[in-house]
Design a protein around this ligand. Structure first.
Ligand SMILES: NC(=O)c1ccc[n+]([C@@H]2O[C@H](COP(=O)([O-])OP(=O)(O)OC[C@H]3O[C@@H](n4cnc5c(N)ncnc54)[C@H](OP(=O)(O)O)[C@@H]3O)[C@@H](O)[C@H]2O)c1
Length: 269
């Protein structure tokens, strides 16, 4: 018997998951969405053929509930769900920084909760979703979460204690690459290239490097060495990167992101 999945708070991440599930073969008839605005619900209904319901209706009828509201809207959503939700349903949260313990404490005792930290490339099916089990979630519950988030990219299981580190690496990760592209485009302009050309050159270098990293199976050092000829251009640039402490800056930056994720998880906004 097919399971009914409800996406609660179908914004950017929720819609990416919904479209990923449909492309992966889920039947729109088995998918429910909830939204705050009715015009958003109407759009999703016409775009995907799914049924728009209230949060209470979703809690009563869905087997799996994906919570995709912003962290600051989570308490309100949980209070709407709690009176209708029994502990035989699976709750999957995609909200950054919200612990499974917080969600478990708001719902019926024994409710299985899975926490997932996706990143924005789920919008183009190249996401990384880091998945952790709450205290009542089993391997089968994690399998369900993987089958949903696996439709929009890769998944990785980690203990919940590593979610803050994973957030620093992959949740915020795309932003570091955008920052690099922005800085390297500025460098291209300094070197006399028009902005549009500099942008295209850097973006294609980034895509090429990303595909090489993913598909060659080679260590990044090996790939870099292949571009670094003796007394050549690349080693001149690498020396400047080391002189300016870029490696140390990246380590410190990710440590700061991990610490901020911890602070947010303890409600220290
Ligand atoms: N975007 C990212 O990079 C990213 C990455 C990892 C994790 N996440 C997590 O994913 C979650 C969603 O992020 P997002 O970027 O998709 O946000 P979003 O686009 O703002 O989507 C959230 C949606 O929830 C709706 N909503 C709020 N309260 C509701 C309620 N009580 N009932 C039904 N719907 C409700 C909002 O409706 P309105 O539009 O009417 O306000 C909005 O459409 C967040 O918790 C975030 O931490 C996001």
């Amino acid at each position: 018997m097919p399971q009914t999945v409800a996406v609660l708070g179908t914004g950017k991440i929720g819609e990416a998951l919904l479209s990923g599930m449909i492309r992966a073969g889920w039947r729109p008839a088995d998918l429910l969405v909830t939204t705050r605005r009715t015009e958003r619900a109407e759009k999703l209904r016409t775009r995907y053929g799914v049924k728009a319901v209230t949060n209470a209706e979703a809690a009563k009828s869905a087997d799996i509930l994906i919570l995709a509201v912003k962290p600051q809207d989570m308490s309100t959503l949980l209070s709407e769900l709690a009176p209708h939700l029994t502990a035989d349903r699976l709750v999957i949260s995609a909200a950054a920084g919200i612990t499974t313990g917080f969600i478990e404490g708001s719902l019926a005792a024994g409710t299985p909760v899975v926490r997932v930290m996706p990143n924005t490339p789920v919008l183009v099916d190249e996401g990384m979703s880091v998945i952790s089990a709450g205290s009542h979630a089993t391997g089968e519950h994690l399998d369900h979460a993987e089958s949903i988030f696996g439709g929009v990219g890769k998944t990785l299981r980690v203990p919940e204690s590593q979610q803050d580190a994973a957030t620093a690496l992959s949740g915020s990760g795309p932003a570091y690459f955008y920052f690099l592209v922005e800085a390297m485009t500025d460098a291209g302009i300094l070197l006399g290239l028009p902005r549009a050309q500099a942008h295209d050159l850097i973006v294609q270098a980034a895509i090429g490097a990303a595909v090489m990293l993913r598909d060659s199976g080679e260590h990044p050092v090996k790939l870099r060495e292949a571009v670094t000829s003796p007394a050549g251009t690349t080693i001149s640039a690498i020396r400047e990167l080391e002189n300016h402490g870029v490696r140390a800056a990246l380590i410190a930056a990710l440590e700061a992101a991990r610490d901020r994720s911890r602070e947010l998880a303890t409600g220290n906004g």
